[in-house]
Design a binder for this molecule. Structure first.
Ligand code: NAP
Length: 335
């Protein structure tokens, strides 16, 4: 299967490297995957992968038009702009798409899913939620027989790191955030993480798969961790618990609700003790019961693992609706 990779940053370079390092293993598992072309902004930047036998294309849009490409991997990022243009053009031109772009999927996922379905193409985005932890696969496939009543989780490693360090080291919020930035866990502009928007994007995608509602991130009440103080953390500890930023989606008799907020987690809760940059999600199904998945939620290698798993599915001919149901059958989500 011939692949183009758009974006060669943390994730894109790791995807190319993984495909090169594990080529034979992937062939043995039914997926002969070859990167034919790549694109990024600056050809002069050294990448952590071998590009000697790969064609460099200056304009990523050109990847969508190439007759020799079957799948476009979009790892540029951003809800709009080049990423959205490229993915839309690729689907219009008969290419499958694999992306890690949670902002784009949470905002434009329905339109893109409908486009893919119309053309009988695959749109896959396992890497958009919790990096290498195969959470969407669990919801879409492993739990396909269940009515899901809740998904709740620690979906942002940066926030979890900051809250962990505030609790274990007694650091103030700003000091813990500065440490996360120094260690490369937080962006130079950490607003999307700290203010809860990254968690809301991931929750919108999880809720679509769990409850069959269209992602509607604008309708999710979202509160980040900026206002969490040392006093809050100490108070939580005195009650035997801790504070974590959660994305929470629930279905009950009143309907489906979604929210993002810092929550008191008592000792004994499955999400207690999830520390540092780890992500964890608890899913409750009517027949499967409570399931907890956890693991590294960010980083080039772990995200590449999820992207290549999506590629393997396409190569094996395992296809499915992007959100688990026909795009046209997703209910409107108003929260
Ligand atoms: N990093 C993670 O842990 C992680 C985890 C899950 C999901 N994701 C998602 O994965 C995607 C990529 O993240 P990343 O961390 O790899 O980002 P990144 O390191 O910033 O890489 C972005 C890449 O896109 C290229 N690019 C940016 N604008 C471009 C343009 N206009 N035309 C062509 N190329 C362009 C950049 O080119 P240059 O290198 O030449 O500047 C760079 O190679 C995002 O959607 C992100 O949300 C990331």
């Amino acid at each position: 299967m011939r692949i183009a990779v758009a974006g060669l940053g943390n994730v894109g370079a790791a995807v190319v490297r993984l495909l090169q390092m594990n080529k034979n293993l992937l062939i043995a598992r039914g997926a002969d995957l070859t990167v034919c072309a790549v694109s990024a902004r600056d050809k002069a930047i050294a990448r952590s992968c071998d590009l000697s036998s790969v064609e460099w294309v200056d304009d990523p849009h050109a990847l969508a038009a190439r007759a020799d490409i079957e799948v476009v991997v979009e790892v540029i990022g951003g809800a709009e702009g080049v990423a959205l243009e490229l993915v839309t053009a690729a689907l219009n031109n008969g290419k499958h798409v694999v992306t890690a772009n949670k902002a784009m999927i949470a905002t434009h996922g329905i339109a893109l899913a409908l486009l893919a379905e119309t053309s009988r193409l695959q749109l896959s985005f396992e890497a958009a939620v919790c990096g290498g932890v195969p959470t969407l696969k669990i919801l879409r496939e492993g739990l396909a027989a269940n009515r899901i009543s809740s998904v709740r989780g620690i979906l942002n490693g940066t926030c979890n790191y900051v809250l962990t360090r505030m609790a274990t080291e007694g650091l103030a919020f700003n000091a813990a955030l500065a440490e996360a930035q120094r260690l490369g866990y937080a962006e130079a502009d950490p607003a999307a993480d700290i203010d809860g928007h990254d968690t809301a994007n991931k929750l919108a995608i999880l809720a679509a798969l769990a409850f069959g509602v269209a992602p509607n991130v604008a309708s999710i009440p979202t509160k980040g961790i900026r206002s969490v103080t040392q006093a809050d953390i100490r108070e939580a500890a005195s009650r035997g618990g801790t504070i974590r930023l959660l994305g929470i989606g629930k279905r009950d008799q009143l309907g489906i609700t979604q929210k993002v907020e810092p929550v008191f987690i008592p000792n004994g809760d499955p999400l207690f003790g999830i520390n540092g940059v780890t992500n964890a999600i608890q899913i409750s199904g009517d027949f499967a019961g409570d399931i907890l998945v956890q693991g590294p939620g960010a980083g080039g290698d772990v995200t590449a693992s999820a992207i290549v798993a999506d590629l393997v599915d396409i190569a094996r001919g395992h296809r499915g609706f992007a959100f688990g149901v026909l795009g046209a059958n997703l209910q409107k989500s108003s929260n």
